[in-house]
Design a protein around this ligand. Structure first.
Ligand code: SF4
Length: 376
């Protein structure tokens, strides 16, 4: 049984798991599917959307996020088909935020102009670095010049550009990191997502890590110093934006708002439960053909687990844990318990206590992982 669908605003995440080839550090669900396979996958997404049609009485999609994989590998006609199905199946709000992830080697002007016509507002580009040597080390299929052209073209088409950059790469220096940050800003990025290279189970490099990876701490610290001087605020542990350019979709995740997940391996959440879609292509195909919906299981977190996870998510953001909202959702007792852990075990200069909330300071964000481990 799935919990009653939301009757207010919700977010939609659509997973498009195709890539040209697998990057060695990647543990996401993605496959080197050819065009025919992608058509078949779109038909499954359409089937899943149709199964949800009419379920959201009074609810509306406030944000939609097409993630991957490499969504820009879909051709413009395939995108047209996806948008038609989305609009036919799900109620969209008046001014939805619609984001598409893209990679430089496959993003074209045709994509951008179609996306703009169909209401896309943001494009999140997997730049990773503007240095050719670093991109080669990462085995990415694009070079710095292609990344520059792609990022510039997003702003030229009137969409809001976001760039993903990675630090902790072999051969990377603070100088080359500054070069990548500066290039992103000068080419119009209004939002940056900065990640440390981490090798998770399931990636090719997990068992055979490459040598020469520098410590990521100085790179992160440098970005925290540089970006506010360029007008960017750090509104989440890995996210920086110009005023008004935060990602509404990501905020919905961090504040535990309802998310409908579509596509193989996608995760959704509402009513205190998390839903995991079938995470193999065959499992997903079978689920959609047999049941329409592809949710493998609804995981119900205990009240205590749910509250602690929510506290960690709130602490990722600059707003931190809002006392009033948190205690009305999870109860005053667990809030008091969490606050006393923070008070007793976290160094003072890592937390900013306010009248109605507590948040991490920039220093606290640099050691976020150790703080989470005290809470969950
Ligand atoms: S890192 Fe991105 S482009 Fe590379 S395989 Fe993973 S999802 Fe695809």
């Amino acid at each position: 049984m799935f919990p009653s669908p939301p009757s207010g605003p919700f977010s939609v995440y659509i997973h498009l798991p195709f890539c040209l080839r697998k990057c060695p550090y990647c543990s996401f669900f993605s496959l080197p599917l050819k065009e025919e396979g992608r058509d078949r996958y779109i038909a499954l997404i359409e089937g899943e959307m149709a199964a949800w049609k009419g379920t959201f009485a009074g609810g509306w999609a406030d944000t939609v996020y097409f993630g991957g994989g490499t969504p820009s590998l879909l051709t413009p006609p395939q995108w047209k088909r996806l948008f038609d199905s989305l609009e036919g199946a799900l109620p969209l709000g008046g001014t939805p935020e619609i984001t598409v992830e893209a990679n430089p080697e496959s993003l074209t002007r045709e994509h951008l102009s179609l996306w703009r016509e169909r209401g896309v507002t943001r494009v999140s580009l997997g730049v990773q670095s503007f240095s050719d040597a670093e991109l080669l080390w990462l085995e990415r299929p694009h070079d710095g010049r292609r990344a520059e052209e792609a990022l510039a073209s997003i702003a030229e088409e009137g969409l809001s550009p976001s760039a993903d950059l990675i630090f902790g790469l072999g051969g990377q220096t603070l100088r080359s990191w500054k070069y990548s940050l500066d290039r992103a800003l000068s080419l119009g990025a209004e939002h940056l997502s900065l990640y440390q290279l981490s090798l998770e189970r399931g990636s090719r490099w997990y068992s055979r890590p490459p040598e020469g990876r520098p410590d990521g701490y100085p790179f992160y610290r440098f970005a925290q110093w540089l970006l506010p001087r360029k007008g960017f605020a750090q509104y989440e542990i890995a996210s920086f934006s110009l005023p008004g350019r935060q990602s509404r979709h990501n905020r919905a995740y961090w504040t535990n708002k309802p998310v409908l997940a579509l596509g193989a391996g996608a995760w959704g959440y509402w009513g205190g439960r998390r839903c995991r879609n079938e995470d193999t292509l065959t499992g997903y195909e079978r689920a959609v053909r047999e049941k329409g919906r592809a949710c493998m299981e609804w995981l119900e977190l205990s009240e205590d687990e749910g509250a602690r996870e929510a506290a960690v998510l709130y602490l990722r953001t600059a707003e931190g844990i809002p006392f009033g909202e948190f205690s009305s959702r999870y109860g005053g007792e667990i809030l008091r318990e969490i606050l006393s852990i923070l008070r007793e075990l976290v160094p003072e200069n890592c937390l900013e206590w306010r009248r109605e909330s507590v948040a991490l300071t920039p220093r606290g964000m640099r050691v976020g992982n150790s703080i989470w481990s005290l809470l969950i």
